[in-house]
Each structure stands twice: as structure tokens, then as C-alpha cells.
Design a protein around this ligand. Structure first.
Ligand code: ZN
Length: 162
């Protein structure tokens, strides 16, 4: 049978290749027509439209496929770890906040060390997360940056809930 004959190397002959290509084209055009009957509202520009083969909006050219929805993490109250053992993200949130607040105050680590009386190496370790400040140290750092510990913890809470 010509339709399924294979060449000497086991590859499909020209005839069967043509048949395969034809079948492929038919299945593609079928899926295209069935897809084009579906209408969808573009999540970006809200245009109601038939789905194109590329799944892109006819007007704004963004993908019309729904974007994956990520559930926001549950809100956690800001309680020190000593009080609430499940409260652990502060280790990750505090260092960048300390760094950010120092940079915002325009101080170098050395300048903050002088203003707060906290050792510069300690400041560096707290900013890179290798050491956590005590409440007293946090208070001194905050004062050195012209703020207070409450404002730092507010920023930490904001970061943890964002
Ligand atoms: Zn659009």
C-alpha cells in the first residue's frame, strides 16, 4: 500500500509524508475553527472578542489566557518570636528594613555606629541577617536614624504582609 510504504531507511515515503502533513493540517484547522467560536474578554483591555489562534488580544495584543492566581499568604499578627513560635518571618523581613531605613536616613554604617553607639560590625551583621538585634539595640539603632523602634516594626509588618 502506497500510503504506508516506507523508504529504504525506514523513513516514510513521500506519499505517506504528504498524507501525514495533510492530516496534520486538517486537525489544526479543525482546532482553529472550534477555538475561534469561543469568545473571551481580554483581562487587560476588557475587549470581548473571539479567541485567536495565538490567544492574543486583537486590540492590545496581550495574552488573553487567564493569569495564574496566587493566593496571598494569610495575614499574621506581628508578635515577637519568643511569644509566638510560628512567627518566624521576621528573620527575613527585619534585615532589609534595617538596611533600607539606614539608607533612607542618609547614614553610612560608620555614621550610624557613632550616632547609635552600636558597633559597626554589629550593624553590618544585622543588616545582612546574620544577627538579630535585641529590643534595646533596635531602639538605639532607631534613635540613631532619627526614628523609633515602633516605626521600624511597622515597616517590618508591612513587608511581611505584602
Ligand atoms: Zn486587550
Amino acid at each position: 500500500m502506497a500510503g504506508v510504504a516506507t523508504g529504504s531507511g525506514g523513513l516514510p515515503s513521500n506519499t505517506s509524508f504528504v498524507l501525514v502533513r495533510q492530516a496534520l493540517r486538517e486537525s489544526q484547522s479543525q482546532s482553529r475553527t472550534s477555538a475561534s467560536r469561543e469568545t473571551i474578554r481580554c483581562p487587560h483591555c476588557r475587549l470581548n472578542q473571539f479567541i485567536t489562534s495565538t490567544h492574543r488580544c486583537r486590540r492590545c495584543h496581550h495574552s488573553v489566557d487567564p493569569e495564574p492566581v496566587f493566593a496571598p499568604p494569610p495575614r499574621q499578627p506581628l508578635i515577637p518570636r519568643a511569644v509566638c513560635p510560628i512567627f518566624h518571618n521576621i528573620d527575613l523581613a527585619l534585615p532589609p528594613i534595617l538596611l533600607w531605613m539606614r539608607l533612607r536616613s542618609g547614614l553610612s554604617q560608620r555614621q550610624l555606629a557613632i550616632q547609635s553607639g552600636v558597633n559597626r560590625i554589629n550593624i553590618s551583621m544585622m543588616e545582612n541577617g546574620s544577627r538579630m538585634p535585641t529590643a534595646e539595640t533596635l531602639d538605639r539603632l532607631a534613635r540613631g536614624m532619627g526614628t523609633n523602634a515602633g516605626r521600624i516594626m511597622l515597616a517590618v509588618e508591612y513587608l511581611m504582609n505584602s
